[in-house]
Design a protein. Structure first.
Length: 397
């Protein structure tokens, strides 16, 4: 529920602005108060009268409205809310936000606010895919903006692809997750995810197979319960979740350093598929192929991040969770791994190709802890993540 919460809703000028009428209803149904702000362009798509009737509040639209300035300055307006929500966030609004422009009321509020900001982008698919928009998106994420959507589908402009604004109920769910104090509020949790790449030369590397899907889902689930998540990720296929601090790394050594830098933490979850070895003396320039002469690679051991952090004498996270991806004797190997690495829990799974788990959407895991061995039924990776996050919350709270 969102009772007692106030959302400052900035409506941008795009066809999806019509969905804001429903969005306002949904937010109010859940108990939120909505202060609407419309850009000049938004007025071309919805009327201030409809917006104000549904919100039950005055619509703010002009930076130089002296009455508003006397009643409530734009700085104050930007701060009384618990969340500033931009929907639809057009390509133009995103660009202005990313570059810190403040030419009208909406952008001034966004620049002046000290409350969390969420955007629901909506635009033509080519505009969304354009490197400039993607660049702006990256900047906004780095600035801590939460992004919901866009969804893929048929668009008003007749094209198909990502660019449709998320549905009002999805936006409300994201607002709920951000504003509702979860059981992990105030807890800091480090999550490693994805593979590491160990260079042979500037163009070649060795790596483990890992899409990063399970680690990403875990970070998202922990964040949804209110945790402050530091997400240390190797080069994964899946994009990192919104609302977490992302630390991109390439190699195991970089991952270890990033994890150490992120401490102290209340818990650490090691879902990354870290390469066990790195190439000794990786070449700075591309190794040329010479007919008949095969290169010889020699390896040295990478730091075992899970084992290292589990055995810290000072500043060890209160709960350390490792993963064990096995193809044979899953439980015996995972149990031995837990003892060898001194972590608290091991989440074991069978990654034999026949299971379809590697690269798939589902996972079947066994949780091994002091309490014993617990088989979880096969379920979606998101569901595994949510269950694990709930268990972590039980343990930490
Ligand atoms: N792990 C780690 N650092 C490493 C290797 C593994 O932090 N250098 C972590 C993984 O993130 C995972 C757990 O250790 O949580 C187990 O990883 P896994 O690859 O299954 O174990 P290994 O120690 O590599 O053992 P083996 O490959 O022999 O099964």
């Amino acid at each position: 529920m969102l009772s007692g919460k106030r959302v400052l809703l900035i409506i941008g000028g795009g066809i999806a602005a019509y969905k804001c009428l429903d969005l306002i209803r949904r937010l109010k149904e859940r108990g939120a108060a909505v202060t609407p702000v419309m850009t000049r362009a938004a007025g071309e798509f919805v009327t201030a009268l409809s917006v104000s009737a549904l919100a039950g509040e005055k619509v703010y639209s002009d930076l130089f409205d002296l009455t508003d300035e006397a009643e409530m300055g734009h700085i104050q307006l930007s701060r009384v809310a618990d969340l500033v929500l931009v929907a639809p966030a057009t390509a133009d609004l995103m660009a202005k936000m990313a570059t810190g422009q403040a030419g009208d009321l909406a952008t001034t509020l966004l620049l002046a606010t000290d409350t969390p900001v969420m955007i629901a982008p909506a635009m033509n698919v080519r505009m969304w895919d354009h490197p400039a928009t993607q660049r702006n998106l990256g900047v906004l994420r780095q600035d801590g903006v939460t992004v919901v959507g866009p969804n893929e589908g048929d668009m008003a402009c007749g094209e198909f692809g990502p660019g449709r604004m998320a549905e009002p109920l999805e936006i409300v769910a994201a607002v709920d997750a951000l504003l509702t104090v979860g059981p992990l509020a105030g807890k800091r949790i480090v999550v490693t995810s994805g593979p590491t790449h160990e260079p042979i030369d500037p163009v070649r590397y060795i790596a483990n197979r890992s899409s990063g899907a399970q680690g990403t889902a875990i970070a998202a689930a922990l964040q949804a319960l209110g945790a402050e998540v530091v997400f240390v990720t190797g080069p994964a296929e899946v994009s990192p979740p919104d609302g977490v601090e992302v630390v991109p790394v390439e190699t195991a050594v970089q991952m270890r350093d990033a994890v150490r830098a992120a401490l102290p933490a209340d818990a650490a979850v090691f879902a990354a598929a870290v390469a066990d070895w790195r190439v000794v003396g990786a070449s700075d320039s591309k190794i040329k192929k010479i007919a008949g002469a095969l290169p010889t690679l020699s390896f040295e051991e990478n730091p075992d991040i899970l084992a290292e952090i589990s055995q810290m004498s000072d500043g060890r996270p209160g709960l350390v969770v490792g993963f064990a991806a096995e193809t044979d004797d899953v439980i015996a190997n995972a149990t031995a791994k837990r003892a060898r690495k001194h972590c608290d829990w091991i989440v074991a799974n069978d990654v034999s190709p026949a299971t379809g788990i590697m690269g798939g959407d589902e996972n079947a895991v066994t949780l091994i802890s002091d309490a014993g061995v617990e088989d979880w039924p096969r379920m979606g990776k998101d569901a595994v993540a949510q269950q694990l996050a709930a268990r972590i919350a039980d343990r930490l709270v």
